[in-house]
Design a protein around this ligand. Structure first.
Ligand code: 2PG
Ligand code: MG
Length: 436
């Protein structure tokens, strides 16, 4: 039984306020802290901000906090719903309490905090780890599959101060034999990358962006990828580490064109066709296995055209916003072959699971993601194992809020091995891990 639900305004990794929830049952108190994005999709569930410029420049979340204290908390206590068996009903109640399509009344940040805390409490009440609780909720089969970590080691776009338009350039150690080895490989490449950057651009170029990746003075995608090729080779992992890119292109889509010079002094407008040619040449020249949001959320035709002969995983982030409505539409339009899963885009754990299962039903992949404004809450680490998605991105192996997820995943792997439970590493099968 839920006894009380408390909430407080705390901070995310960018120094903006965010929602923290403490849910108390007769077994203890269970905490959740909510993440927040910068390159947000237009159709994401609404994050409620106070808009009062006298505090935190209007970014405060005191309204969301009081919605938990005054509306969500009492409703959960009175409902008599059980955390170990009723997660779906709890999430349904939260959705109905809000009553809007995009959770703008109570705030998706308030709702998600409550939903996450209930799941944590549910796992404890059921006497199982959170990943197993989420596996049962999703109906995923066993054995557990440990994900390939996609480390965002070069930050650009709205996540850093350099001139790079593309937001994320990631390394994926698909050739590791375990998650723990993948982390080691990622960290070793990250350190070599730092050396390469120092040699090329000097020590002042080693500052990092929002997701812990470096942000050297580069502006072109091939410059980023060349740095990675060099770092991977210096670390001795050529062939065992692949690359991924998230240009987050909705951020630089203007009047039908893409301005890949949007952080530079002068614009560099590219048509969808020119951008497509750029992607094709990058895919030919580098070991890229995944491309996320290559086109803007409104540029559906370019997605569909590109997907016709896309040789790699094509992930919809802003395009789908973890929402079954857009996943359905994208399937009808044959726009992509993978869904990015961000829990705060939709606002409850059950709806996020529903979206993932719908994506699986279309034979798509599911890629779990953090937000650029993160917290030390490691919920998504358990989620990626519970849903068997086979890969996740949680930034570089640097900054506490990023490594919290990687550390939790190493704990899960050790926990499973310690229990003699069969557990596979997704490796090169990361796209089809749900079917392994
Ligand atoms: C993305 C994310 C996370 P943000 O675009 O995929 O890396 O960024 O949280 O700013 O939307
Ligand atoms: Mg993205």
């Amino acid at each position: 039984m839920i006894r009380s639900v408390q909430a407080a305004q705390r901070l995310d990794s960018r120094g903006h306020p965010t929602v923290q929830v403490d849910l108390t049952t007769d077994r203890g108190t269970f905490r959740a802290i909510v993440p927040s994005g910068a390159s947000t999709g237009a159709n994401e569930a609404i994050e409620l901000r106070d808009g009062d410029n006298s505090a935190y420049g209007g970014q405060g979340v005191q309204k969301a906090v009081s919605n938990i204290r005054l509306v969500i908390g009492p409703a959960l206590v009175q409902s008599g719903l059980k955390v170990d068996t009723d997660q779906r009903m709890i999430d349904c109640l939260l959705k109905h309490l809000d009553g809007t399509k995009n959770k703008s009344k109570l705030g998706a940040n308030a709702i998600l905090g409550a939903s996450m805390a209930c799941a944590r409490a549910g796992a404890a009440h059921a006497g199982i780890p959170l990943y197993e609780f989420l596996r049962r909720e999703s109906g995923a089969k066993k054995p557990f599959v440990m994900p390939v970590p996609f480390f965002n080691v070069l930050n650009g776009g709205v996540h850093s101060g350099n001139k790079m338009a593309f937001q994320e350039t990631m390394i994926a150690p698909v050739g590791a034999s375990s998650f723990t080895e993948a982390v080691q490989m990622g960290c070793e490449v990250y350190q070599k990358l730092k050396k390469v950057i120092v040699e090329k651009y000097g020590t002042s170029a080693t500052g990092i962006g929002d997701e812990g990746g470096f942000a050297p003075p580069i502006s072109q995608p091939h410059e980023a990828l060349d740095l990675l090729v060099q770092a991977v080779s210096l670390a001795g992992y050529s062939g065992r580490i692949k690359f991924a890119i998230d240009p987050a292109s909705s951020e630089f889509f203007k009047d039908g064109n893409y301005d890949i010079g949007f952080k530079d002094d002068k614009p560099n407008l590219q048509s969808s066709k020119q951008l497509t040619d750029l992607y094709r040449s990058l895919l030919q020249n580098y070991p890229i296995v995944l491309l996320e949001d290559p086109f803007a959320e409104t540029d559906w035709d370019s997605w569909t055209e590109f997907n016709k002969e896309c040789p790699v995983e094509l992930v919809g982030d802003d395009l789908l916003v973890t929402n079954t409505k857009y996943v359905q539409e994208a399937n009808e339009k044959r726009a992509c072959n993978s869904m990015l899963l961000k829990i705060n885009q939709i606002g409850t754990i059950s709806e996020a699971i529903e979206a993932a299962n719908l994506a699986y039903s279309f034979d798509w992949s599911v890629f779990v993601s953090h937000r650029s404004g993160e917290t030390t809450d490691d919920f998504i680490a358990d989620l990626v194992v519970g849903l068997r998605t086979g890969h996740l991105k949680s930034g570089a192996p640097c900054r506490g809020e990023r490594v919290a997820k990687y550390n939790r995943l190493m704990d899960i792997e050790a926990d499973l091995l310690g229990k003699g439970e069969k557990c596979l590493y997704a490796g090169s099968q990361f796209r089809v891990a749900s079917k392994c």
